[in-house]
Design a binder for this molecule. Sequence first.
Ligand code: KG4
Length: 338
Amino acid sequence: MLILSVESSCDETAVAVTRNGREVLADEIYSQADMHALYGGVVPEIASRNHVAVISNLADLALRNAGISRKEIDAVAVTFAPGLIGAVLVGVNFAKGLALSLGVPLIPVHHIRGHIAANYIAFPELEPPFLALIVSGGNSIIADVRGYTDMRVLGRSRDDAAGECFDKAARVLGLPYPGGKPMDDLSRGGDDTAFDLPRAKIEGRPYDMSFSGLKTAVVNIVHNARQRGAELDRAGLAASFAAAVSDTLVPRTLAAADELGYEKLVIAGGVAANSRIRRDFEMAAERTGRQLFVPPLRLCGDNGAMIGCQGYYEYLAGARAGMDLNAYATMDIDNVAY
Ligand code: KG4
């Protein structure tokens, strides 16, 4: 089954062609990150306009690179939630038009489910059930993935997402947007004990997380140093910050896997690219005899292939959208409705 998939939930326009879920024939991504870097973060209106400008050509490019014609497409899959509403709408409307004109089914895909599916592409042997941690710019979620379309949220961030926190910390340190990678680079060689940063716990909710106190702590440290004219150990701060985020994510994920008796751990989303977090997960998996699945860097961020892959499993489970499909800014992965 050939699926053309569309992703436009934030500042990446992406179109892919996949066969039977896991085989990627083309995966085209147009990133607007440089443009948004001018403003220090994603400007929703600019993101929407750029999606409109490139999406059609990107689809043509994906078909060309996949070596197939429009007529061969069996279905169109699209991210319909969650994301920047105007941005998601561009992809949804494009996908609707394409599905209608080709007379093929339209498959609605939840963006975060797509991030999990990036692992199915990277690891052909991987099948649910497993424990998943999804950490991106907008979400931090620990989930019990019982089946391809059957999942339950065990914990989530009560405030900022981990990626958002990396981006804010980077911004106050004068690093470019998106800040996760520059923070990662800065932290290399830094002393991860240089600063004593908070690791918040939420009473009675062992798998929930909170990153806003950590963010504020970093902002205060940088401002204090600036006001005193003191030299700041930037590498030490970046390394201490990464350690604090990792100390929040890794033990919770391991504890949830323990409670549910899962041997397979799956990490997904842009923050899964972080070297400290990857290393800590590798060590924890080895220590506890667990199998760890972390996608290659290219599949960690937003891409169209992951939407095509999840779209295939949604299709098998019977998901079909009509021409009245809407876009949604927020939606839980275990309560998908369209
Ligand atoms: O999954 P993603 O591409 O987009 C969303 O769906 O949100 O994640 C983007 C986030 C950004 O906050 C970015 O700063 C962060 O992932 N990120 C990283 C790294 N690379 C990207 N965070 C920490 N370390 C990295 N190496």
